[in-house]
Design a protein around this ligand. Structure first.
Ligand SMILES: Nc1ncnc2c1ncn2[C@@H]1O[C@H](COP(=O)(O)OP(=O)(O)OP(=O)(O)O)[C@@H](O)[C@H]1O
Ligand SMILES: [Mg+2]
Length: 230
C-alpha cells in the first residue's frame, strides 16, 4: 500500500516507518507520525472527514496558529494503483479520500497561564486574527477545544479541522460562531491549567468577541503569575 495525492502522485512516505500516535480511537481516525508529518487516516466512511473544498481553503492559510495542512490522500495497493491510474488517464478520476497529511507539532510541557505575561495576550490577539481569516473564507469552525489544540512555547496551534465546514450564513454570523469557538478554547485552557472558572462568569459582553476583549483587559490588569480572583 502507498499514499497517493489527488493527481495520483505517490507521496514519499515509507509506511513501514510510521508510528501510531493515538492508541485509542475515540472518533474516526488513526493518527500516525512520520518524521515531521502527521498522517490522519479515517477508518469509517468519510462522513466525519474534512471536505476536499474546506481542505483546499484551509491549507492555503499560512498562519502559525493553524495546523499546516499538506495533502489529502488515497491509499492504494500496487494493483489498485494500475487500475486507478488508467482510469485517471482516461479522465475517469474517482478519487476517494482516505485521509490527510499535515505538519507534526511537538507539545511543549508548559503552563500557558504561567508563561510570560505577553504569552496569552499575544496568542489571543493572533487567534482573533485567525478567526477573521477563516470567517472571511465562509468557514465555520467546530470542535475547537483543548484536545484539538497543541500548546507550544511559540504559540497555540489549532489542529483537527474535521468539523470545519462552509456556510452560506452571513460573515457576521460566521464570525460570531467562530469567536464562540475561540472563547470555548480559552475557557478550556483556564479550566485545564487550574484557574478559577468563576472569573469567566463575570466577563461582560454581549457576544463572545466582547467577552474575549474583556478577558484581555483583565489579563492586562492582573499581575503574573495571574490570580484572576484578586
Ligand atoms: N498536527 C499534529 N501534531 C501533533 N499531534 C497531533 C497532530 N494532529 C493530531 N495530533 C494528535 O493526535 C490526536 C488526535 O488527532 P485529531 O484530533 O486530529 O483526531 P480525532 O479525530 O479527534 O481523533 P481522536 O478521536 O483519536 O482524538 C490529537 O489530540 C493530538 O494529540
Ligand atoms: Mg480531535
Amino acid at each position: 500500500m502507498n499514499l497517493y495525492s489527488k493527481s495520483l502522485n505517490r507521496l514519499d512516505i515509507d509506511l513501514r516507518k510510521v508510528e501510531r500516535i493515538n492508541r485509542l480511537v475515540i472518533t474516526n481516525a488513526y493518527i500516525y507520525r512520520y518524521l515531521d508529518l502527521i498522517i490522519k487516516k479515517y477508518w469509517v466512511g468519510t462522513q466525519y472527514a474534512i471536505t476536499d473544498e474546506v481542505f483546499e481553503l484551509l491549507s492555503a492559510i499560512k498562519n502559525k496558529h493553524l495546523m499546516e495542512l499538506y495533502e489529502i490522500f488515497t491509499l492504494l495497493s500496487d494493483t489498485d494503483y494500475e487500475q486507478k491510474h488508467n482510469d485517471y488517464l482516461r479522465g475517469k478520476n474517482s478519487f476517494v479520500m482516505d485521509g490527510y497529511t499535515a505538519k507534526f507539532y511537538q507539545t511543549d510541557d508548559i503552563n500557558p497561564l504561567l508563561e510570560n505575561s505577553s504569552y496569552l495576550l499575544t496568542n489571543i490577539e493572533e487567534l482573533k486574527e485567525l478567526v477573521e481569516i477563516i470567517s472571511h473564507k465562509h468557514i465555520i469552525m467546530e470542535d475547537t477545544k483543548i484536545e484539538n489544540a497543541i500548546i507550544q512555547r511559540q504559540g497555540i496551534v489549532l489542529i483537527d479541522p474535521d468539523f470545519y465546514h462552509l456556510s452560506t450564513k452571513s460573515i457576521e454570523e460566521i464570525r460570531n460562531k467562530n469567536y464562540r469557538e475561540l472563547f470555548c478554547l480559552l475557557r478550556n485552557i483556564f479550566e485545564d491549567y487550574g484557574e478559577d472558572l468563576q472569573y469567566f462568569m463575570h466577563l461582560r459582553g454581549d457576544n463572545a468577541l466582547e467577552k474575549i476583549n474583556a478577558m484581555e483587559q483583565e489579563l492586562k490588569r492582573v499581575r503574573r503569575p495571574i490570580d484572576l480572583r484578586k
